[in-house]
Write a protein that binds this ligand. Sequence first.
Ligand code: ADP
Ligand code: MG
Length: 255
Amino acid sequence: MTDQPLLRLHKVEKHFGDFVALDGVSLTLQAGTVTCLVGPSGSGKSTLLRTVNLLERLDGGAVYLRGEMLGFTRSGDHRRPVPKKVARRQAVNFGMVFQSFNLIPQMTAAENVALGPVEVLQVGRADARRQAHELLSRVGLADRVDHYPAELSGGQQQRVAIARALAMKPSVLLFDEPTSALDAELVAEVLAVIKELAMEGFTMLIVTHELAFARDIADEVVMMEDGRIIESGPPDRILLNPTTERARSFFASVS
Ligand code: ADP
Ligand code: MG
């Protein structure tokens, strides 16, 4: 059997009116690898994650998970999206962690983590709660399960959000600048959790400006500009020896 990639984007396009946010992005993620996506603000990084996650509809190209085309009929007819039920099942394959945590303020940490499994995966409440406790322990929050988001630091809230993403047993974890909203002293605890997941073999696509972190954990670094990938490759080559002047000046500006 050939080594089929876990996730493959093929010439993905996304338009907002006349504006082209993604201009034919092709990208392959092998199972168990970490890809860090870098690039200036407005280059299309968040749009790319949202498109993979089926939060946005594609305007061209396709996304394949284990060879199965996501979001659209096999014919690739973009005017005919697959039924909502299928799209929802496909979306469950992705766990998303946002810059701004997006926890539900009226729910405790454990309730936030258990919500998806109960509502979407139809896991029983007791099982979902047990699993939430396990996951919160795993991200170092065993003693915070009954705290509300407002009672947690930003770093702790983001770790709850990571546990919440893991609770859905996703095939791919997507992170959109997971540490950008955090005070400097809280960044490390979140990066440590992400690094642990990388070492456990999770497949991850991470938008980050933390270049040292990217160099440490990424198998591949991908740089975007104006909705296109302008460089990609092993972190040492991309970050230390970029071929484009644009990448060179961008790395100089964020490090
Ligand atoms: P990044 O995450 O790299 O900073 P984004 O993916 O958020 O960039 O945005 C890429 C471009 O697409 C930006 O110019 C942004 O203004 C535009 N854009 C993103 N979402 C929308 C939207 N819903 N409607 C219109 N324009 C959008
Ligand atoms: Mg963004």
